[in-house]
Design a protein around this ligand. Structure first.
Ligand SMILES: [Zn+2]
Length: 506
């Protein structure tokens, strides 16, 4: 069983921001989920090094382009490493194998007479690096995605891919494969994009204007339009055109933000059809993050959430947890450093960290540093155990992007019940009385065994903290395929060191 998950490749005309961190962390959570189910995984993320915007960013800093790209590439890699994103392949579109494969794909489409050369006059947005139709623009004639950049009238000779011959086929594919685009709101949006005849897609840029790109194999005066080149990374990462790509490609799932639905839902499938290649299995679309109160993040308002700053202040899992817990697939979600800190304190620290340290410290001091052996169980014990099994079961099943918040919420709700259980059972009081001392052992065992299940499940979301917790419980191996199972903590074994999981922050 294979699973291939991709993130978009990110433009390197600036430093990594929360949007980059988000998509790559979600991809990592899905990867860890599939691995827990026993799948063989391929996760790709990386950077798009071509196009006019990158070229201009290097010029602004007065750096040679190669040095600039190396610097940004290292920066993105470093951030993803710090975010515990366990990518299997880090994409750089400047690598040789990629460029050759892109050129090969273009030549094969050109040979089928699906690419035409023509002169075009139109409104061009530098931000999108594409021509815009009048209906794409705002009332005052600007790009809705780049309102502060002026669109320009540009006249240019370029190469175009014929799109319209494939429109009906793509609509049929979407109808026949209801899972192809998720969630349903974005499937409908895509169908809307395909409701009218499609204009030819410009797939080149003259070298006079853009030099950073893949040269067209059939006309060396042009480089490839950045999307055509970038989208092909999904194939070249798995060694296409080598046949070995096929079993991965069949299982490919693209994670994308809603702003790039059109390139992934229209351009890419049609490029693949034109090249005679199968479509990816699925597009999982997410919405964006906005500041508290629903205000768009901006430097001037000062509400930009910098992933590095959050990690330095609260640790990587505070950020991973917040993003997983509060993302909404089909509407924008709010984020601020303060909201992250609140969730960290209320959920991770109060419900998980304190629970582990209280119960484990008690066991270490009262039971010779060992995990107690449980006795007979009461109805309350059984009820808690069933609650925890039920709440964590979702992490032992396939998770779609849109499922992530509900699955994490279920776990934290069960953790709250676990806290109530231990407060009510009060093993520290039971221990003081000789008649109830045995009972205190059972309570501590039940609580720690339930906490183990919770932490095993949370390895998919907050791997670093869950790993520390499991080390304290002396759990060295978690079975794969994983599902929540009771009584896997052997009573009578030594407990490990108690490390503070979620240190309090000022
Ligand atoms: Zn634009």
């Amino acid at each position: 069983m294979k699973s291939y998950i991709t993130t978009p490749i990110y433009y390197v005309n600036g430093s990594p921001h929360i949007g980059h961190a988000f998509t790559s962390i979600m991809a990592d959570i899905l990867k860890r989920n599939r691995q827990a189910l026993g799948y063989e995984l391929m996760l790709s993320t990386g950077v798009d090094e071509h196009g006019q915007k990158n070229q201009e960013a290097a010029q602004e800093l007065g750096m040679p382009i190669e040095d600039y790209l190396d610097m940004r590439c290292a920066e993105f890699r470093d951030v993803f490493d710090k975010l515990d994103v366990t990518y299997d392949y880090f994409v750089r579109t400047s690598r040789d194998g990629h460029k050759e494969a892109v050129a090969g794909m273009e030549q094969s489409i050109f040979d089928k007479d699906l690419i035409v050369k023509k002169n075009y006059t139109g409104t061009y947005c530098k931000g999108c690096e594409e021509f815009k139709k009048e209906s794409d623009l705002t009332e005052d004639g600007q790009c809705p995605l780049h309102p502060t950049m002026q669109v320009e009238q540009t006249e240019e000779t370029n190469y175009f891919l014929k799109m319209e011959p494939f429109r009906e086929r793509l609509l049929k594919h979407i109808a026949d494969n209801p899972d192809f685009v998720q969630p349903v709101a974005f499937r409908n949006e895509l169908k809307q994009m395909l409701a009218e005849p499609l204009e030819d897609l410009c797939i080149s840029r003259p070298k006079a204007r853009v030099t950073l790109g893949v040269e067209l194999p059939f006309d060396t005066e042009f480089v490839t339009y950045v999307w055509f080149d970038a989208l092909a990374n999904y194939l070249t990462n798995i060694d296409w055109p080598d046949e070995s790509y096929a079993p991965w490609w069949e299982e490919c799932e693209h994670l994308i933000g809603k702003d790039i639905l059109k390139p992934h839902g229209v351009y890419w499938p049609i490029m693949l059809m034109a090249a005679g290649l199968p479509l990816p299995k699925k597009l999982s679309v997410h919405s964006h993050w906005v500041g508290a109160g629903g205000v768009k993040m901006s430097k001037s308002i000062g509400n930009v959430v910098d992933p590095i700053e959050v990690m330095d202040k609260l640790g990587v899992d505070a950020l991973r947890w917040y993003l997983a817990r509060h993302m909404r697939a089909d509407s924008d979600s709010q984020i601020s450093v303060e909201l992250i800190a609140q969730t960290y304190e209320a959920e991770l620290n109060n419900k998980l960290g304190n629970m582990l340290s209280r119960a484990a410290k008690f066991a270490r001091s009262k039971f010779d540093g060992k995990l107690p052996v449980k006795g007979e169980l009461t109805a309350e014990d059984e009820a808690l155990r069933q609650t925890v099994l039920k709440a964590t079961a979702g992490m032992g099943e396939w998770i779609d992007l849109a499922d992530i918040p509900a699955r994490t919420q279920a776990i934290i709700t069960a953790a709250a019940e676990l806290n109530e259980y231990i407060d009510k059972q009060a093993p520290w009081s039971l221990f003081k009385n000789e008649d109830t001392r045995e009972r205190s052992k059972t309570v501590v065992y039940v609580a720690l065994d339930c906490l183990r299940i919770v932490m095993e499940a949370l390895q998919q979301v907050i791997p670093a903290s869950a790993g520390k917790a499991l080390a304290t419980l002396n759990v060295t191996e978690v079975a794969r395929p994983w599902k929540p199972e009771l009584d896997r903590l052997p009573g009578g074994t030594e407990l490990g060191d108690i490390q503070p999981l979620f240190p309090r922050v000022q």
